[in-house]
Design a protein around this ligand. Structure first.
Ligand code: GLC
Ligand code: CA
Length: 546
């Protein structure tokens, strides 16, 4: 496969609202990000994925866009954004914009026009259906944010489709005018010199609502190919699709270079492994560890030269890995965060770090719905209250899976509000910022931050990490994840204890190898068997077999 600049890149996701406030209104902004570029340079990342900064009424925190070509005053101005692109470029960092084109805000000009009458030229930009004879919704499609996906417009007595909130009406991709408008908008951004796009729920643009098909519709790839030709295909940029329903087979349709679609997709098969199958994400169970190994091995093995993996544990929709699958108690937070980092950053693909992950930020448990901002969580709460769930039940789900867990402000130092703002923050901080913050971590040789830096460095210095083949060992082991990477005659062995319980590993090769990195400063291989402490992870370079 032809090598691309993003093969050895590391992407850092910024949730702008929570990153750094520069003007003390309690909301993170673009000038705040510019102030922190040197921090990101120190960490060693190559690309920033910026969650949406466009004009928006913020029903879904910017994922409901009312003008694709204007910056929300909360975040600054178009000049600020251009400065961010420029200042990042000086440091060798590219900016990935979030492309949210499954839907707009209901406050977008197109939708406001569409509401005016059935024969308005913009009516057909959205998806309208008549009520059933009894007045009911056209069908039983559900919104991801609870309730029906259809909302009645009383004036015209037609329903419009919204797969997310009712303030996020779905665009009608069947309409060539819609597609043309979007491509023009994408070109507007590409001309500014951005590094590419992260494409929000892109697998739903080919939906066929009358057949209850939302993801992977029949025309999906036709649209993406058209988009590629009309926009980014002419640039050397990174495109990553958010595709919740992707299997490796589907991923290859997007990312086989010969098909001219996207660079890579986010797959989510591992994310659901602590959920009860067939139930909403809120109904959780213990992590299926063997399932986790099966999923990652499948993705590592199956893409071959027809695709490229995106590697992530966290984003603004997914709670903190160290709390959910690691252990965020003071005793194990550091080692378990480093173990998850070792695992991911030694795999083949492009790693994505979500802000704060590099200092091991944790979930923020709450006890009342007033502490929550996220629309998905609030809707879930109301739905479950009306269904008779107990408060304890609901909050145990929210504290595990709620999206605010990853959206609380960044923890820079131990001053008031962690150096994020001097004003009242838009969302309360996790009170643990006095202990866990960037300043402490940057000073320490043994911090999670320094460990991430070292992992990024390993990727930059070793083609094996970027391009090496993957081979899993001990697939049946219920506690250890062990795999090899090999490339150009060299082999590395990655041994990870995913649990608090200690265990042992016997492998002659490891014994003769040298340690490249480990999450305990004093890991050793001078034993006939390897004793692995809680969450211990060690990467060995294995000597040539004689
Ligand atoms: C994606 C975003 C999420 C948003 C949704 C609707 O899943 O990551 O934050 O709520 O799309 O735009
Ligand atoms: Ca601000």
């Amino acid at each position: 496969m032809e090598k691309k600049w993003w093969n050895d890149s590391v992407v850092y996701q910024i949730y702008p609202r929570s990153f750094q406030d520069s003007n003390n209104d309690g909301i993170g902004d673009l000038l705040g990000i510019i102030k922190r570029l040197d921090y990101l340079t120190d960490l060693g990342i190559d690309v920033i994925w910026l969650s949406p900064v466009y004009q928006s009424p913020n029903d879904d925190n910017g994922y409901d866009i009312s003008d694709y070509q204007a910056i929300s005053p909360d975040f600054g101005t178009m000049d600020d954004l251009e400065e961010l692109i420029e200042e990042s470029a000086k440091r060798g960092i590219k900016i990935l914009m979030d492309l949210v084109v499954n839907h707009t805000s209901d406050e977008h000009y197109w939708f406001k026009e569409a509401l005016k009458s059935k024969d308005n030229p913009y009516r057909d930009y959205y998806i309208w259906r008549d009520p059933l004879e009894n007045g009911e919704t056209p069908n039983e499609l559900l919104s991801v944010f609870s309730g029906s996906a259809w909302e009645l417009d009383e004036k015209s007595n037609q329903y419009y489709l919204h797969l997310y909130s009712k303030k996020q009406p779905d665009l009608n991709w069947e309409n060539p005018k819609v597609r043309k408008e979007i491509y023009d908008m994408m070109n507007f951004w590409l001309k500014k010199g951005i590094g590419g796009f992260r494409m929000d729920v892109i697998d739903t643009i080919g939906k066929v609502p009358d057949e209850l098909i939302t993801t992977n519709g029949p025309k999906l790839h036709e649209y993406i190919k058209e988009m590629n030709r009309a926009t980014f295909g002419q640039y050397d940029v990174l495109t990553v699709g958010e595709t919740w329903g992707a299997t490796p087979e589907i991923a290859k349709l997007y990312s086989d270079p010969a098909r001219n679609e996207l660079s890579m997709v986010f797959q989510f098969e591992h994310i659901g492994l602590d959920q009860i199958p067939g139930k909403p994400k809120w109904d959780t169970k213990e992590l299926d560890f063997i399932g986790l190994k099966t999923v990652f091995s499948k993705w590592q093995n199956e893409l071959g030269d027809k695709g490229w993996n995106s590697l992530f544990w966290n984003n603004h929709d997914i709670p903190r890995i160290v709390s959910n699958w690691g252990d965020d108690s003071p005793e194990y937070r550091v080692v378990s965060a480093k173990m998850f980092a070792t695992f991911l950053h030694l795999l083949k693909g492009t790693p994505y770090i979500f802000q704060g992950e590099e200092i091991g930020l944790t979930n923020t448990p709450v006890t009342s719905i007033e502490e929550i901002d996220d629309i998905e969580t609030i809707n879930l709460y109301n739905e479950r209250i009306s269904e008779g769930y107990s408060n304890d039940d609901i909050f145990s789900s929210i504290n595990k899976k709620g999206r605010d867990n990853s959206r609380r402000p960044m923890q820079w130092d131990n001053s008031n509000n962690a150096g994020f703002t001097e004003a009242e923050p838009w969302l309360a901080l996790n009170p643990d910022y006095k202990k866990y913050n960037v300043l402490n971590d940057q000073k320490s040789e043994t911090s999670i931050f320094t460990y991430y830096k070292n992992l990024i460095h390993l990727r930059k210095e070793n083609e094996l990490v970027v391009y090496g083949q993957y081979k899993e060992l001990l697939p049946e082991d219920k506690q250890l994840y062990v795999y090899e990477r090999y490339y150009a005659g060299e082999t590395w062995l990655v041994v990870l204890n995913f649990y608090k319980k200690e265990t042992t590993y016997i492998d002659e090769k490891a014994r003769k190898g040298t340690i490249i990195i480990s999450n305990y400063g004093d890991s050793s291989n001078n034993l006939s068997k390897l004793n692995l402490r809680s969450f211990e992870s060690i990467v060995f370079k294995i000597n040539e077999h004689k």
